[in-house]
Write a protein that binds this ligand. Structure first.
Ligand SMILES: [Zn+2]
Length: 106
């Protein structure tokens, strides 16, 4: 697995965990240690990027569905879609700045 793919997978796991924390605050005691462990596995630049976007937007990760960013529903340029599918670097949505995660089902 390339470093970008594993970083994206961890960011997605973190995103899911944060969603769970938001939905079920009573699970915090149980989820916080998991969150800390997960954070340590994410390279520091992406860790701080994630936290920064999450603080500003509520969620830091957006899936790309078709040619649309699910975070803000804006269409993404075809060239960017191709780049995202290659998963060689991590991209941010030009509009909402969320970290773009390729839709792995498509
Ligand atoms: Zn967006």
């Amino acid at each position: 697995m390339s470093p970008v793919v594993s970083t994206l997978a961890r960011l997605r796991a973190l995103h899911d965990l944060d969603f769970e924390l938001m939905t079920y605050p009573e699970r915090k005691v149980h989820l916080d240690p998991k969150r800390q462990a997960l954070l340590l596995e994410i390279p520091p630049p992406y860790r701080s990027l994630y936290e920064r976007i999450r603080a500003a937007k509520g969620t830091a990760l957006a899936t790309v569905k078709g040619n649309t960013c699910v975070g803000c529903n804006m269409h993404l340029p075809p060239q960017l879609i191709n780049e995202i599918r290659k998963t060689q670097t991590i991209h941010q949505c030009p509009t909402c700045k969320r970290i773009l995660s390729p839709d792995l089902e498509s």
